[in-house]
Write a protein that binds this ligand. Sequence first.
Ligand SMILES: NC(=O)c1ccc[n+]([C@@H]2O[C@H](COP(=O)([O-])OP(=O)(O)OC[C@H]3O[C@@H](n4cnc5c(N)ncnc54)[C@H](OP(=O)(O)O)[C@@H]3O)[C@@H](O)[C@H]2O)c1
Length: 418
Amino acid sequence: MSESDRQYDLVVWGATGVAGRLVAEYLAGRYSPGELSLALGGRNESRLRDVESELVAESDWEEIPLVLGDATDPETLGDLARNTRVVCTTVGPYTRYGSPLVEACIEAGTDYCDLTGEINWIRETVDRYHDEAVAAETRIVHSCGFDSVPADLGTLLVQSFAREEFGAPCDLARIYVEDTRGGVSGGTLASFGELFEAASEDPIVRQTLRNPYSLAPPGERDGVDPGAQRLPRRDRLRGAWTAPSPMAPVNERIVRRSNALLGYPYGREFRCSEAVTTGPGLGGAAIASTAAAGFGLFAAGMAIDPVREGLQRFVFPDPGEGPSDRQIENGRFTVRVRGRGTGPDGQFTVESVIGAERDPGYGATARMLGEAGMCLVRGETESPLDGGILTPASGIGDPLADRLRDAGFTVSVEETAE
Ligand SMILES: NC(=O)c1ccc[n+]([C@@H]2O[C@H](COP(=O)([O-])OP(=O)(O)OC[C@H]3O[C@@H](n4cnc5c(N)ncnc54)[C@H](OP(=O)(O)O)[C@@H]3O)[C@@H](O)[C@H]2O)c1
C-alpha cells in the first residue's frame, strides 16, 4: 500500500487518557478536516465515543473516526499501523505497552512519536529496533513532550547558532528548568513507578540509569560527561542557585543521543546537564537545598518496593486522573539552555529559550506531541536520518521549533553575556 492510500494521516493512540485527550483536542481545534485526516484510537469504544462527541461539539469536525485495538494485541496494532501515516501514542507505561506498537509501525513503515520518559524502555527499543527502523526508513521519535522537546530542541538551537555565528559548537550546555507551574497525572506517576520497579529487578536497567551515555548507539556508550547534578549548586553560567532536576536523567541522555545520531555536530567532548533554577542569594540557596533534599528522599523512597507500592496505592492519583482544566490553563514553563564554547575569536555564550503559558506536562506537552506528529505527517524534517529510534532533534529538528512558535510558544536563540 502506498503512503497516499492510507486511510488516516494521524491516529492519536490513547485518546481516552489524560495526555491523549489533550493531544486530540489540540489537533481537532487547530486543524480542520480539510487539512488533516485525524482518527482517535483506544481500547474502549464507549469512552472513545465520549471523547469524540466532546471534540465534535467544540470544533469544526462533524465526526472523527475511531480506531479500536489493544496495546497487547499485535493484530489490531498491525491494522492500526497499516491504515495511517503517523501514530502519536500516549498509551503508557511504555515499558509495559510500548514495544508491540513500535514493532507494528516499523513493519508497516509508519512514522511514530510518543511521550516516553522511561529510559529503560528507550534503551530497549534502541537495542532491539534501531537497525530495523533504519532499514525500513521509519522514524520512531521518542520523548516528544516536556520530556524532552525543550531540552533537546533548545540544545540543537544553541549549537546551530554557535556553529553559524562563532564557527564552533559549545562544548558545554546547561539546561535550566525555570518558572514552571503544573500538575502531574496518575499515568505519569505509574510510568515513573514502572521505571523504579524495573530498576529494582534488573541490573541492566540499573546500569542504564547509571551510565550518562546509555542511550547512545552501541559501541559509543562512554565519554567525558560525568552526568547529572546531584546536589544544590551555585551556577556561574546562570548566576543563580540550582537544584537537581527530576527530568535530567532522561533529557540529558536524549540530548547525548541526538549528538551521536547526528554525527557529533556538538563535538565528542560535549557535556550537558540539566538543573532547576531556584534563584540568587540566600533565598535561592535555601530553595535549592530543600528541593534537592525532597527530590533525594522521593527517589530513595521510590527505590524501596513497599514504599513505592504504598505511594502508588494510597497517595498517587490513579491512571486516567490528571490536573484540572484550571491547572492546565494556569500552568507555564521556561526551559533555558546556555551553551559555552570557544571559537577562532575566543570564548562565547549562546542562550536559547523555549517556553509556553500552559501546564508543561499536559497543555504544552499536547501541543509538542501534536506538532511533532504534524511534522511527520507533512514530511517536515530537517535531519539526515530517514529512519531509526530517534529523538526530537535528530528525527525532526528545526521544523518542530517553527511549528511550536506558530502554536504560541516562545522559541528564541541569541548570544548572551555570561
Ligand atoms: N513526556 C512528557 O512530558 C509526558 C507528559 C505527560 C504524560 N507522559 C506520559 O504519557 C503516558 C500517558 O500518560 P497519561 O497521564 O495520559 O496516562 P493515562 O491517563 O493513564 O492514559 C493512558 C492511556 O492508555 C490507554 N491504555 C492503557 N492500556 C491500554 C491497552 N492495553 N490498550 C490500549 N490502550 C490502553 C488508556 O486507555 P483507557 O482509557 O481505556 O484506560 C489511556 O487512553 C505516560 O507514560 C506518561 O508518563 C509524558
